[in-house]
Design a protein around this ligand. Structure first.
Ligand code: CAA
Length: 280
């Protein structure tokens, strides 16, 4: 998400500091932005001069201190509350008092991040959707502690990026994920029950509901590990069985796989090999 958000801000004319854990991942993220912009140039959607100007606005670094003077920080690290809390603590120490600290979390309680700082009124959520340069929506998440000025400033930023923001209370899943993830979870359940193949479930939801992607293609876009983290956060908040991740999803993440379709292919190959070994 970080690269998509940085690309969105840079093409909208904002100076961007893209900070990653080390210089190699920061450079790789910048390279991903360049690749995406090159594709747009090839398609005639953007000129070479626009691409070069956008790239020139991005500084890729591993130094957190480079964020000292920015107006807005958008954190998009792993969906782990402890990791995010530690980072907000550090960001509060490093950045100017006027800087707004926003999180791109999908489900975690924004108020807990706000309370890690000495400026809870200047902390909120700004939730982009995958792929960030394409998807129009941004959820502006208002924790109990945020000021009207903070929400207005972040709304203005999102609108300047060409997005259509909606405001939502700081409740797990906000609007989109609270509705989307029971659906994605139930798609895995349907597959687990042997009702239909992954391909047919995807085809059915595209053809039957007009969705641009089927649930499995979407799970792969979001990543299984992130999807599981979102379901776990929803379940922790509401204790609603609709949000309890189906066992297969948890096992797949435990198997170290972030793409469901890749894992299924590997499993099929593995069964094929076993059958071949047994001459079946
Ligand atoms: N980065 C930048 N641009 C991208 C892109 C990416 N990763 N992927 C696709 N695009 C662009 C393409 O370049 C293309 O642009 P043009 O129309 O200007 O040529 C446009 O998007 C359409 O792409 P394609 O023609 O290649 O493919 P498509 O028509 O199938 O669209 C899609 C791809 C936009 C991803 C579409 O399938 C879609 O909208 N899928 C649903 C995505 C969705 O539901 N996202 C929300 C996920 S949930 C989430 O993010 C929340 C969370 O907290 C986890």
């Amino acid at each position: 998400m970080g690269s998509g958000i940085a690309e969105t801000a840079a093409v909208s004319g904002f100076e961007v500091v893209l900070r990653s854990r080390n210089q190699a991942t920061a450079d790789a993220t910048l390279a991903a932005i360049e690749k995406s912009l090159n594709r747009q140039v090839e398609k005639g959607k953007r000129t070479e001069a626009e691409r070069d100007a956008a790239l020139a606005r991005v500084t890729a670094t591993s130094e957190l201190s480079m964020l000292r003077d920015v107006d807005l920080v958008i954190e998009s690290v792993v969906e782990d509350l402890a990791v995010k809390k530690e980072l907000f603590n550090e960001l509060d120490r490093i950045t100017d008092d006027r800087t707004i600290l926003a999180t791109n979390t999908s489900t975690l309680p924004v108020v807990e991040l706000a309370m890690q700082t000495g400026r809870p009124e200047r902390v909120c959520g700004v939730h982009f959707f995958n792929p960030a340069p394409v998807m129009e929506l941004v959820e502006l998440v208002r924790p109990l502690t945020a000021s009207d000025e903070t929400i207005a400033a972040v709304r203005q930023f999102a609108e300047s990026c060409g997005k259509s923001p909606v405001e939502v209370k700081d409740q797990a899943g906000f609007i989109v994920n609270a509705l989307l993830f029971p659906y994605l979870n139930n798609a895995v359940r349907l597959y687990e029950q042997g009702v239909a193949s992954i391909e047919d479930i995807d085809t059915a939801m595209k053809g039957g509901c007009g969705f641009p992607m089927g649930p499995f293609a979407l799970l792969d876009l979001v990543g299984l590990d992130t999807s599981l983290a979102i379901l776990d956060a929803l379940y922790a908040e509401f204790r609603d069985p609709n949000y309890a991740a189906v066992p297969l999803m948890r096992r797949m993440v435990a198997a170290g796989e972030t793409k469901i379709r890749l894992l299924i292919r590997k499993m099929q190959n593995c069964f094929k090999m076993q059958f071949q070994a047994q001459n079946l």
